[in-house]
Design a protein around this ligand. Structure first.
Ligand SMILES: Nc1ncnc2c1ncn2[C@@H]1O[C@H](COP(=O)(O)OP(=O)(O)O)[C@@H](O)[C@H]1O
Ligand SMILES: [Mg+2]
Length: 225
């Protein structure tokens, strides 16, 4: 694995929200990069701009200033359609609260991103489930599995298309200690398989499991002393 290959490179990123007549600057001249297979955690107080940052990196928000390169390509050179494909193929998301579709089985949920791209192949989803020792829940529905299993299933769904980048916004925020540990093991494994993992967390232990831990403060990402 070429661990020097940059998956995301950001320079001078600023972002402000408009509230009434006021501009609230949330991100201010922030620089950041993450390489292939690297696991980075971000900590910081509530309201410091962590989710705002993840949404921009994940192409869910395109109102900002600064330069962003994803997979070596400048975002400003890409059209909306190209960005949509890039997001589907190369970026996986996991959020704090599980987002599995209740009327589909775990395997069907995991296959959903592939189906959207027109390439569903349940064998691949099953392989992922086996790889993470979860094949026993393949044919269960979300209401039949535990909170920890739901979160792990949502993570496998995010990994289904073999994304270069996995974005996780407080993925253990709703889990007990044991299940948080399992999710962190999974994220570590995903990184070791070559996915760049960018995780926001409130959990100090979670932050320590990453290759690099950054702190969001004053609109920037700092390396804690
Ligand atoms: N859509 C929005 N419109 C206006 N302000 C927002 C919006 N989203 C977030 N904010 C504000 O931006 C700041 C950063 O929010 P957020 O990125 O969600 O922080 P964090 O994820 O670190 O808790 C907060 O002050 C929040 O109130
Ligand atoms: Mg947040």
């Amino acid at each position: 694995m070429d661990k020097t290959e940059k998956i995301v490179e950001i320079t001078n990123l600023s972002k402000a929200y408009t509230q009434g007549h006021e501009q609230i600057l949330v991100l201010e001249e922030l620089d950041f990069s993450i390489s292939k297979g690297e696991f980075i955690s971000i900590v910081g107080p509530s309201g410091s701009g962590k989710s705002t940052f993840l949404n921009i990196v994940g192409l869910l928000d395109d109102v900002y200033s600064g330069e962003i390169r994803l997979f070596g390509r400048r975002l400003e050179d890409l059209g909306e359609a190209e960005k949509a494909v890039l997001r589907l193929k190369n970026i996986g998301f996991v959020f704090q609260f599980d987002s599995l579709l209740p009327e589909f089985t775990v395997l069907e949920n995991i296959e959903m991103p592939a189906r959207v791209l027109g390439g569903a192949a349940p064998g691949r989803g099953l392989e992922l489930l086996k790889h993470f020792d979860l094949e026993v829940i393949a044919h269960k529905f979300p209401m039949e599995i535990s909170g920890g299993e739901k979160q792990r299933a949502a993570m496998l769904r995010a990994l289904r298309n073999g994304p270069a980048l996995l974005i996780a916004d407080e993925p253990t925020g709703n889990l007990d200690r044991h299940n948080s540990g399992v999710i962190l093991d999974d994220l570590r494994r995903a990184a070791d398989l070559g996915t760049a993992v960018l995780m926001v967390t409130h959990n100090e232990e979670a932050a320590r499991r990453a290759d690099r831990s950054l702190r969001m403060a004053g609109g920037r990402l700092e390396t804690p002393k």
